[in-house]
Design a protein around this ligand. Structure first.
Ligand SMILES: NC(=O)c1ccc[n+]([C@@H]2O[C@H](COP(=O)([O-])OP(=O)(O)OC[C@H]3O[C@@H](n4cnc5c(N)ncnc54)[C@H](O)[C@@H]3O)[C@@H](O)[C@H]2O)c1
Length: 274
């Protein structure tokens, strides 16, 4: 995909397994100039593990223009990133938000037992951050720019185990639609990419390992998706090739979301019964 002359921000690379990195590689290899952020390191972490993990990846690309710490629960830091992007790029053509967080204790218990503080934390980092980032970026988003966020089917239907994060994704998807309306008046698009399970840090906490086998049996394609496939589809949403698409949830899940029955998994169950 050709991103020559395009500039933008990628928020949410933690390591080489991150979905944000799969998408960023497509952008970088297509010639885009990209600014990155990483989760701030603790002040007592002399090895700066978060930064090092990401810089190991971005250092290989001369068109990876900067790497700055960002905690999306901090409005000043968000403003700082947009000021940096303005200084480096003037305006931006794409913005990827690939960020979510929930306390493991809340993910591990039944949704009905979600704590008040855990709910607020998960909603703040996984949902409100999209609104905050879009608002802070508003003045530097070029006409025709594209924003993408990452979601999961657990926001549409109950996926046991996904719990409070499913509620966050439902709110994220609704936020995306309202942001599409607000940003549309300046010619800016925003969409959500709904990915099937992919092995990542956040994915592990959200129960991806259990989901992989289920998708393999239930999805029409009869397999799981790859990092490379999410990368390409994410890049498509951020590129002018998807011009005209906004407020959309695009599923990249081997077709799992289209199923209304367990499909071939049912055959397997029948076989076991006979
Ligand atoms: N892995 C999957 O199966 C899957 C499926 C569908 C959607 N998603 C979504 O994709 C997105 C990226 O997750 P991933 O699976 O690539 O895992 P990941 O762990 O690689 O990425 C999550 C990112 O969120 C960042 N983050 C967490 N708290 C933050 C904060 N306070 N400030 C700034 N950044 C913060 C982390 O640093 C990390 O870079 C998430 O929204 C996730 O819900 C993942």
């Amino acid at each position: 995909m050709d991103f020559t002359g395009k500039k933008g921000l990628v928020l949410g690379v933690a390591n080489d397994h991150s979905i944000a990195w799969a998408i960023a590689q497509e952008l970088l290899e297509g010639g885009a100039e990209v600014g990155f952020t990483h989760l701030p390191d603790r002040p007592d972490d002399e090895r700066r593990k978060n930064r090092t993990r990401v810089s190991k990846l971005t250092d290989k690309y001369p068109n990876a223009k900067f790497l700055e710490p960002l905690d999306v629960s901090n409005d000043e830091q968000i403003a700082g990133i947009m000021a940096k992007a303005k200084e480096e790029f003037g305006t931006i053509d794409f913005l990827l938000h690939s960020i979510a967080f929930a306390d493991r204790a809340d993910l591990g218990r039944e949704t009905i037992e979600t704590s008040r503080d855990g709910f607020k934390l998960a909603m703040d980092i996984s949902v409100y951050s999209l609104i905050a980032v879009c608002n802070a970026a508003r003045s530097i988003l070029a006409d025709g720019a594209s924003v993408a966020t990452m979601t999961y089917f657990g926001g549409e239907k109950c996926v046991p185990g996904y719990n409070v994060m499913g509620i966050c994704k439902a709110a994220l998807e609704a936020s995306m639609r309202y942001l599409a309306y607000d940003l549309g008046q300046q010619g800016v698009r925003i969409n959500a990419l709904s990915a099937g399970p992919v092995r990542t840090l956040a994915g592990k906490a959200a129960g991806v390992d259990d989901m992989l086998a289920l998708y393999e049996h239930m999805a029409p394609l009869g397999r799981n998706i790859t990092h490379g496939e999410v990368g390409k589809t994410g890049a498509f949403l951020l590129s002018p090739a998807s011009q005209g698409i906004t407020g959309e949830i695009l599923h990249i899940d081997g077709g799992y979301h289209a199923m209304g029955s367990p499909g071939r998994l049912l055959d397997k169950i029948k076989q076991q019964q006979s």
